[in-house]
Design a protein around this ligand. Structure first.
Ligand code: PEP
Length: 257
């Protein structure tokens, strides 16, 4: 089954709404100048909540073929949940993707696999695509337990999810030791875990379903290493942090071929 590659730029807590407009316009210009074929990969920017409305205005106003996402979502529909943002609110702003379970949220906000799964489900129910993040820390990698660790995270996040829902998710394998460190996993490291995730999807659902789910690698992806990572059979794209904050660099990453 052919899977359209997906390059998603996670801006994390960077850029105010004016800088966000500048970056999206710069990215579109860089892609256009390079003759980017928008059917070759889906390009997504994932700004902080406060920038989403501005990004929407640019994307819709200039009819850009760039999608945008959010970095988190509440599991609650509405009500007394100070500081939270619901899936319906995001959907109304034209958001297509929601990152759930990023390692920084797991680490600083204690998010469990069950909570990550719940966030994925509310995202799907609102008609958006969850990007479910998973990945091991350095201690687990050193102990050689990365595959079993990641599969436990995946099992937990997908528990109770129907095949119809699971077919629509995106999974991002992000070894924590490679995030923001400049230390990128080798293509073989990325393939080992992404391949194991696909096998697990096949066991949990079916090989056909597994063959259609996009699995991304994240962790210090740059234009200089993206090609080798994308050459791996079970890697369908990247979740890119630091390098997505530079328009030309992220455009080059999207044009990895
Ligand atoms: C990330 O934020 O998900 C990430 C992979 O960051 P970086 O590309 O900077 O390592």
């Amino acid at each position: 089954m052919t899977r359209t590659p997906l390059m998603a730029g996670n801006w994390k807590m960077n850029l105010d709404h004016l800088e966000a407009i500048h970056l999206v316009q710069g990215l579109a210009m860089a892609l256009d100048d390079a003759g980017f074929d928008y059917t070759s990969a889906d390009v997504v920017v994932i700004p902080p909540f406060t920038d989403i409305r501005s990004v929407q205005t640019v994307v819709e106003g200039d009819a850009l073929k760039i999608a945008y996402g959010a970095q988190d979502v509440s599991t609650h529909a509405s009500g007394a949940y100070t500081g939270e943002v619901s899936a319906a609110m995001l959907q109304k702003l034209g958001v297509s993707y929601v990152v759930v379970g990023h390692s920084e949220r797991r680490q600083y906000h204690g998010e469990s696999d069950a909570l990550v799964g719940e966030k994925a489900r509310v995202t799907l129910e609102a008609g958006m695509t969850p990007i479910i993040c998973c990945g091991e820390g350095l201690d687990i990698r050193k102990a050689g337990k990365q595959v079993s660790h990641v599969l436990t995270q995946i099992d937990g996040a997908l528990e109770g999810m129907t095949a119809e829902q699971a077919a629509k998710v995106v999974i991002a394998y992000e070894p924590i030791w490679a995030i923001g460190t400049g230390e990128v996993a080798t293509p073989a490291d990325a393939q080992e875990v992404c391949g194991a995730i696909r096998t697990r999807l096949g066991e949990l659902y079916s090989p056909e379903l597994a063959g259609g789910v996009r699995i991304l690698y994240g962790g210090s992806v740059k234009s200089s290493n993206v090609k080798d990572i994308m050459a791996q059979p079970d890697v369908d794209g990247g979740l890119v942090g630091g390098a997505s904050l530079k328009a030309e660099e992220f455009a080059k990453i999207a044009m990895f071929q």
